[in-house]
Design a protein around this ligand. Structure first.
Ligand code: HSE
Length: 405
């Protein structure tokens, strides 16, 4: 038998408790031994909940108990999760987490502490919820040189963009609906301003490219500015707007982007709708692979956490391989020279100026978009980021612009 403790009985923590209880027979069989939850740490009380029997309000109960070999940190946030995780690893306890903020910020340091103490720090659930992507990169794709990883890594924003496309509703209204349905946080900034997928991309890119990618170095643009009209233009052209998180090795080094893109129907991420997440990987031997599944939610996330718990039980006393291993930070290459086409919306009166500055092949028919008499739109020729930004500055008022993927 191996004893475990859960730190945090929120959405994911209660899911983990549930998965371990509901699937106990197969979880134990696959772990090779019985997994017993000895403690659940939370500041709150849960009268009538089965967790009451193992609930504690004091972390010292867990850290002081030599029987605890696996700690499941699902508190979220940096503090006190960082201190608790570090102390558990130093005490020789394995730690499994879904905490993407903590992994993106201190993952390498925590893995080093785990290494020094002969235990493992697992974080499958930190990216893509229930999708098995981290284990796929660390185990299944180790024969490949991966040169690109691109994902839809945020369920909330994918849900918002899908609803906007399917119902023609504006961003603000869909966000309010998403909050009312529990799909979006009351403070949705990490999702809609895309820091959440940037953190997840940083974790995945660190595993793929070996050195730490700092999410703050990744060009990050959210979806706050995307309007119902932008989405209508996209669908009129046969495209979807998707918030993509991409890291790619190029001749200049590794480049990374998180931004809304116009994605065409032939792209594997085009059909990923609603709260689903997906990750596209390109390997030099494998070619293309796409991993799709529930990117958020209590049970899907808990499923990935419990798989890590099983992994920790199987690796008791052994170190698991992780591709993210070098101490030095990965300096990302500039995106300035990346060439793309852009969909640009401008005021009708600026048509002549647009012709001079952007040289578009023509202007789009906006009749089907409706009620946009004062504006016109065009697709630019391929331009580098730098060229586009210089032209846009010289041009003046651009209503909106979205990159084609
Ligand atoms: N807020 C996140 C999302 C939760 O919407 O994807 C899962 O990390």
């Amino acid at each position: 038998m191996i004893k475990a403790a859960i730190l945090g009985y929120g959405t994911v923590g209660s899911g983990v408790f549930n998965v371990i209880k509901s699937n106990s027979r197969l979880v134990n069989e696959r772990a090779g031994q019985e997994i017993e939850i000895k403690y659940v740490l939370d500041l709150r009380d849960f009268p009538g909940d089965p967790v009451e029997k193992v609930l504690t309000h004091d972390f010292e109960d867990i850290i002081g108990d030599p029987e605890v070999k696996i700690v499941i940190e699902v508190m979220g946030g940096i503090n006190p999760a960082f201190d608790f995780t570090k102390r558990c690893l130093e005490e020789g306890m394995n730690v499994c987490t879904s905490n993407k903020e903590l992994v993106a910020e201190h993952g390498l340091e925590l893995m080093k502490t785990a290494r020094e103490n002969d235990v493992n720090y697992f974080f499958e659930a930190s990216c893509g919820g229930g999708i098995p992507i981290i284990r796929a990169l660390n185990d299944c794709l180790t024969a490949d040189d991966i040169d690109e990883i691109t994902g839809i890594l945020n369920g909330t924003t994918n849900f918002i963009l899908t609803e906007m496309a399917e119902k023609g509703t504006g961003f603000g209204k869909v966000l309010k609906q998403a909050q009312a349905n529990g799909f979006a946080e009351r403070d949705p900034s990490a999702d809609i301003d895309a820091f959440d997928p940037a953190r997840k991309l940083a974790i995945l890119a660190s595993i793929v490219f070996g050195s730490s990618v700092d999410y703050r170095d990744i060009y990050t643009e959210g979806i706050r500015h995307i309007t119902a009209e932008d989405i209508k233009y996209a669908s009129t052209l046969g495209y979807a707007v998707k918030l993509l998180a991409e890291a790619k090795r190029t001749e200049d080094g590794v480049r990374a982007y998180v931004a809304p893109f116009l994605v065409d129907p032939s792209h594997p991420l085009y059909p990923i709708n609603g709260v689903m997440n997906a990750v596209y990987v390109h390997g030099n031997m494998l070619g293309d692979a796409v991993f799709t599944g529930a990117g958020a939610g209590s049970l899907p996330t808990a499923s990935a956490v419990v798989a890590d718990v099983i992994g920790a039980a199987r690796h008791d006393g052994k170190r698991a391989y992780c591709g993210w291993k070098h101490d030095e930070k990965l300096a990302l290459a500039s995106n300035d020279s990346v060439k793309r086409k852009y969909l640009v919306r401008i005021l009708t009166e600026d048509e002549g100026n647009a012709n001079r500055v952007f040289s578009p092949e023509g202007f789009l028919d906006t009749i089907s978009i409706g009620e946009l008499e004062d504006e016109i739109a065009f697709i630019t020729p391929e331009l580098s980021e730098e060229e586009f930004n210089t032209k846009a500055k010289a041009f003046g008022k651009v209503i909106s612009r979205i990159r084609f993927y």
